[in-house]
Design a protein around this ligand. Structure first.
Ligand code: 13P
Ligand code: SF4
Length: 380
């Protein structure tokens, strides 16, 4: 039986804060060459020994030194999603899932610039919660097949239509949406808190968008609510097949199968635990088991291989081409040019910010990020 909702408590705030503080102090004491090619080689080869050769790591170290120097020069922090290329983790001040990244983005105080290594909706979320910072997305083409399934005008039409049928309708959007969709939603959620947000909503009927797989998972966890699912999906997760997972499981009976809730039902049914990407990392570190299969985007298996070297990780994953659009070269170029920047019209940003703030208020009212609390106090 899958262990649902393991990661719903969200990241431990104090541990996260300590991690960021450590990263910030490392970055502020930067004096010149920092990255050792041999250390990089020994770490990164765990993800892909064919690609991360000694000569590749020489070149990577050189680029990482350049990025570290640019971070100091521009007073920038670099946030990276767990699916990014492994070399990016080396220079990131914080690596995490969507929830962790939105928390971190709202708590960046000492920097002027956030370099966001992830996809467009994530960088947009950083701008929503940190409007005074310059937010750079190194490759503006880095979109999301799931976010693309919910056009803001179509969402507005559907809300109007459903409100005629369900006067008490609430709207919950997954973070994988544009700011224009967040602005129309009562609350946002991420893969680590989706069921918790829906259960805490005062409404009995919820339009949940845009992921139909996550909506189904939430409906199982929140049987008292009527969940109306938007018909969207992530191409990366929806194409993962149960047969491949079953084959590996048959050969390794002690294996723990960790599944992202964006996967189909027949895949989720094979899970030992269903959780966010950071939930999977925590699970693998803390579990007594030493063999795992992370059923999600392949970058997570790379991250696990690097961060948890004493355990074995099998692969049944697909690559998200958008997540891999960010490279060390375009990080350098974007930091030199300070482009492309994420810009948002202020009225829209404020409405979108409310749905993100509401997510924190519903799930962890004592730990609403200070910046968001202040925005609500000044009536935004
Ligand atoms: P997480 O928040 O679990 O990292 O998921 C983000 C995402 O885009 C999954 O495809
Ligand atoms: Fe979007 Fe899917 Fe890529 Fe996640 S893995 S960023 S949901 S396309």
């Amino acid at each position: 039986m899958p262990e649902f909702g393991k990661a719903q408590a969200g990241p431990k705030r104090t541990a996260e804060e300590i991690k960021v503080l450590k990263a910030f102090s490392a970055f502020s004491t930067y004096r010149g060459k920092m990255f050792n090619p041999e250390d990089l080689f020994n770490r990164l080869k765990r993800a892909d020994p064919g690609f991360y050769t000694r000569s590749e790591c020489e070149s990577i170290a050189h680029k990482l030194d350049r990025i570290a120097a640019l971070k100091k020069e521009k007073n920038a922090v670099l946030l990276a999603h767990n699916y990014q290329r492994p070399e990016i983790f080396e220079v990131a001040d914080y690596t995490g899932d969507s929830l962790g990244l939105s928390l971190q983005a709202s708590e960046v105080e000492s920097a002027d610039v956030i370099v966001f290594c992830g996809v467009h909706f994530m960088a947009e979320t950083a701008k929503i919660v940190s409007p005074d910072k310059i937010v750079i997305l190194p490759n503006i083409q880095a979109g999301c097949s799931l976010a693309d399934t919910a056009d803001a005008d179509d969402v507005a039409d559907r809300i109007e239509e459903l409100k005629a049928e369900y006067p008490d309708l609430g709207v919950v959007c997954y973070v994988n949406t544009t700011a224009a969709v967040k602005a129309q939603s009562d609350a946002c959620c991420t893969s680590s808190n989706a069921a918790k947000v829906v259960i805490a909503m005062p409404n009995s009927a919820i339009l949940f968008l845009p992921d139909k797989n996550l909506a189904r998972y939430v409906a199982q966890e929140a049987p008292d609510k009527t969940i109306i699912a938007w018909d969207g999906q992530c191409d990366v997760h929806n194409n993962l097949q149960p047969e491949a997972i079953q084959r590996i499981r048959d050969n390794y009976p002690n294996l723990k199968v960790l599944v992202h809730p964006e996967c189909r039902d027949d895949v989720v049914k094979l899970a030992d635990a269903v959780m966010s990407t950071s939930g999977m990392v925590d699970y693998a570190i803390k579990s007594d088991s030493d063999q795992f299969l992370a059923v999600t985007e392949c970058g997570l298996s790379d991250l696990l291989a690097i961060q948890v070297p004493n355990k074995k990780f099998f692969r049944a994953c697909n690559v998200c081409r958008y997540m891999k659009m960010i490279t060390l070269d375009n990080i350098i170029e974007s930091m030199i040019k300070m482009q492309p920047q994420i810009e948002l019209e202020e009225n829209l940003r404020q409405k979108a910010e409310r749905s993100i703030r509401h997510m924190f208020e519903l799930t962890d009212p004592d730990h609403v990020p200070v910046a968001l609390r202040q925005m609500s106090e000044v009536g935004e």
